[in-house]
Design a protein around this ligand. Sequence first.
Ligand code: 6U4
Ligand code: NA
Ligand code: NA
Length: 159
Amino acid sequence: IQNKKPFTLVLTLDEPHRKILLGMKKRGFGMNKYNGFGGKLEPTETVEEAAHRELWEESTISARNMKKVGLNLFSFENNPVAMEVHVYVVTEYDGTPTETEEMRPEWFSYDDIPYDDMWTDDRQWIPIMLKNKKFIGEFYFAEDQKRIISQVLEEVDVV
Ligand code: 6U4
Ligand code: NA
Ligand code: NA
């Protein structure tokens, strides 16, 4: 990998009810998959600022807290640019999740997460996150963006 580009990904949890807020992505990269909310950084913002902004832009909720829980590096066969995705958990927020141009929000029970309609890596690190553990992952995807050719995933104390 010659180069990596930072991204954010925010998972909002309703811990008392064991529910997770995902969005069906309506356009662009990862279209037709459920995922957390997030995206690229704007030139002057910090990673955490970008996480707040993307959550707001894509679901219309405002995070009251934001905890960094993971870091995933995604790279693809025949692509020199990897994605460095900073993963955050939100447990308190203002507003009501609302459909936007990019995402259609939907709550899922922790026991009923639609992994078949998500990125292949998600079923590996989301369970770690839901146990309140932190993680660092590296996933190398085939060109089809589905098959994982190699990976490293570990729980860590500090991310
Ligand atoms: P535009 O369309 O320019 O507004 P933007 O919202 O800035 O895009 P986007 O949505 O393309 O960026 O960012 C990709 C999103 O997908 C980020 O939240 C990271 C996430 N993502 C990428 N690969 C992923 C993967 N393998 N597993 C995963 N999330 C991934 O769970
Ligand atoms: Na996005
Ligand atoms: Na966006």
